[in-house]
Design a protein around this ligand. Structure first.
Ligand code: NDP
Ligand code: HSE
Length: 443
């Protein structure tokens, strides 16, 4: 049988991982597919840098040459961004090539149109490497759990963000210092605000929710909050209460709609997810038949991501001669069975909450605050009052009153009610700063 030729768009962190694995494991891969798979071309911007890698393939700065080349059967995109990646993948499909991408931003935002075109042409769009690096989570959701109605999933799905939070918590390092290391290690996005502000996780959550619930990709429906405002104090207070703070993506199916949210979250320290550290990712998926299942592995990096991308190549090659109607549907459900869902507004989210208040250290404050929560029927599970804050404890002037941080943990409640409570608390003369609000998930 003739070899299958691969054209690679991008030869950076991910592209080099793909090239290394295809070369090192060529014999093993051939045993799995029954075909020889050869990387023949790669497109980059800096030709000299790519040629110095000495991969024995043709390097070009004209990516168009790859997507139109009749000898290339599969185009793998690992360049990132929208432009020119989207146009190149459309062109590849127009030229009859299967496409594989690690670009979650592109799939989350433009996937519906790209997949529709591929289906029309009997071609595949594969994107395992776009979610959770080396973890085969798309395969698990789409195939391994296909018997289930998926109720919810929750995961740590950004390696850079988790690396930052773990290093801050464990080693007391600063945010900027850890981010710089994540960039040097090739984990971070070209624009690292995508990592720290949760946009990258929102892209991945969009993809997982679609595959889990059988809905079209709905990136604009994801509520997104980053980790840049998580303070060392919050990390420490959470620990005192028996929790760790993780940046979580949550997709939950309810009778009235779907919650799609990415935000820093307190998780009980005994939960497995609370102990996922560094660049590792993990996703818990709850199916009605199987119950909770957990998937864990490297969430970013050259070979872990290359592992997922090469697995997609193997999948495509195994089915390359099969009738398109016999393939696993790209978004797990038959294209005409995808159902748009009501995406719930933040006020309808249900969660427990961690609130950090700064109050004047005087009698009656706690009782007033507790009264506000009681009036709104919000149950408080724990209260922690800390020592007076150093910068307010020794104020000059006899009348000055120091402030104390007060931490409240609530039971599960609709977010709209918590917002009301915060609004009322912030109006009190005894509360000196805006209230910090973090969600708590017991999973
Ligand atoms: P890199 O920046 O390391 O590599 C990008 C590659 O694409 C480089 O070879 C670059 O060429 C090339 N490139 C970029 N723009 C063009 C263009 N216009 N024309 C030709 N070549 C171009 O990125 P990563 O490998 O880290 O990421 C690639 C994709 O994979 C992104 O979508 C990212 O989100 C995704 N991803 C990344 C992971 C990771 O761990 N890094 C994990 C999972 C997904 P040159 O070097 O010459 O500039
Ligand atoms: N920047 C991403 C992360 C790469 O850190 O998770 C993997 O998708």
């Amino acid at each position: 049988m003739k070899p299958v030729n691969i054209g690679l768009l991008g030869l950076g962190t991910v592209g080099q991982g793909v090239a290394t694995i295809l070369a090192r494991n060529a014999a093993e891969i051939q045993r799995r597919t029954g075909r020889t798979i050869q990387l023949t071309h790669a497109a980059v911007r800096n030709q000299g840098k790519a040629e110095a890698l000495d991969l024995g393939i043709q390097i070009t700065t004209d990516a168009q040459q790859i997507v139109t080349n009749p000898d290339i059967h599969i185009v793998c995109e690992a360049m990132g961004g929208d432009d020119p990646a989207l146009q190149l993948l459309h062109a590849a499909l127009d030229h009859g090539k299967h496409v594989i991408t690690a670009n979650k931003a592109l799939i989350a935002v433009h996937g519906n149109e790209l997949i529709a075109k591929a289906q029309e042409k009997g071609l595949v769009v594969a994107y395992e490497s776009s979610v959770a690096g080396g973890i085969p989570i798309i395969k698990a959701l789409r195939e391994g759990l296909a018997a289930n109605r998926i109720e919810w999933l929750a995961g740590i799905i950004n390696g850079t963000g988790n690396f930052i939070l773990s290093e801050m918590a464990e080693k007391g390092r600063t945010f900027q210092d850890v981010l710089a290391e994540a960039q040097a290690l090739g984990y971070a996005e070209a624009d690292p605000t995508f990592d720290v502000e949760g946009i990258d996780a929102a892209h991945k959550l969009t993809i997982m929710a679609s595959v889990a619930f059988g809905m079209p990709l709905e990136f604009n429906g994801v509520y997104t909050e980053g980790i840049s405002k998580v303070t060392r104090d919050d990390v420490e207070f959470a620990e005192e209460l028996g929790y760790r703070i993780k940046h979580l993506g949550v997709a939950r199916r309810r009778s009235d709609g779907v919650e799609l949210r990415v935000h820093p979250t307190l998780i009980p320290e005994k939960r497995l997810l609370a102990n996922v550290n560094g660049v590792m990712n993990a996703v818990v998926v709850h199916g009605d038949a199987v119950g909770p299942t957990l998937y864990y592995g490297a969430g970013a990096g050259s070979e872990p991501t290359g592992s997922s991308l090469v697995a997609d190549i193997i999948d495509v090659v195994r089915g390359i001669d099969a009738d398109a109607s016999h393939r696993v549907p790209v978004l797990a459900f038959q294209p005409d069975a995808l159902e748009p869902q009501v995406i719930l507004d933040t006020t309808d989210f249900e969660s427990a909450y961690y609130l950090r208040l700064h109050a004047l250290d005087q009698p009656g404050v706690l009782a007033t605050v507790a009264g506000i929560f009681g009036d709104l029927d919000i149950s408080i599970e724990a209260i922690l009052q800390k020592e007076p804050e150093a910068d307010t404890a020794n104020l000059s002037g006899e009348d000055s009153v120091p402030t104390v941080p007060i931490i409240l943990l609530t039971r599960r409640v609709r977010e709209g009610l918590i917002e009301k409570a915060i609004e009322r608390v912030e109006l009190l003369d005894t509360i000196t700063q805006p209230v910090t609000r973090l969600r708590v998930e017991s999973l």
